[in-house]
Ligand binder design. Sequence first.
Ligand SMILES: [Zn+2]
Length: 376
Amino acid sequence: MRSMDTGDDAIGTAAAAAYNYSGPVSDREGTRARVSPHMQAGLFSETKAQVMNILPEIVEAQQELQSMRRWMDAHPELGFQKKETGEFIAKTLAGWGIEVHRGLQSGFDLTNIDPSPNEIVGTEQRGPFLLICEHAGKAIPAFLSDLGIEHSEMERHIAYDIGAEAVARNLSGVLKAPLHIQRYSRLVIDCNRPFEAIDSIPEVSDGTTIPMNAGLSDFERRLRYEKIHEPYHLSIAAALDRLLDDNLRPILLAIHSFTPVLRHTGAQRKCELGLLFNRDDRFANTMFAEVRAKYPDIQVALNEPYTVDDLSDYAIPVHGEQRGLPHVLIEIRNDLISDEVGQSRWAEIIASTTQAAANRLCQGGSWSWPEPFHSI
Ligand SMILES: [Zn+2]
């Protein structure tokens, strides 16, 4: 105990001495006489400037740079969210007469810790179906941190289609069909919207404001689209091309889920299963009849709780209609598929009724589908 006290005293004395030390007055004045006036503020000594070969312009700007650093120290911001810092730098550069391009400060890229947007299950499977799940994931790229929202929001239907991925994975196994799973939250970018749709990167979703999506420039929106949306859909297009090259005409099934209650309006949905289409109702109608016949207790409806169109959808218009492939967008109420029992039950329901619909429509031996549709 005694030795610790001694040590503390010693450290305290040394620290106090160092703090108060200012050197002999004559030395300080001698040093001042040797350096130019702009060095007297203290960052660079003459020797340092010579040894480090520092440009005179930098030495000249020393005080300004020091005050900039102090401003940034006093205004800390999180990585990749440095809006205030960006504005400060832009103003400073403009003040120096340097041309400034604004709206580029929130760069975006996927890093090596981010997942690929596209996960493919059962690539080798060649069944008549091709499954897609655009709202499966709830990942956020590291660049976007937490999007500025509470973590609990990422568990809501606004972030992803609850239960849809598990149903789709089950279906892929039962139908022997390849499945393309999209890994990012639709709050980052909605992979079932075209780029032109304002809500492809929503600023507000079911009453929740998404701060990191507010006021994005066209450039910033384009970066998210190019890094996530495009690779996901190019991968689906390539898979469809390969099947068509082999004279196989896949049936496109898009698997989604919807919330039973909307928080901001309180609207309740009684429908359990929605079969959605736009220009081509044939597969949806045939499947609808199969569900009615096999599962009379299920509340099934056509084009509920949504409809398909070219602005609020992407996959069905582009991969289904434009290629003239049979298709349907399947919406399952998410409270029915929130656990494994529900997920495997609904995979069975979807598998048996899609297979029956495919068999019925194929009764002539091959599809007699019309010319491909083209989006307006
Ligand atoms: Zn969805």
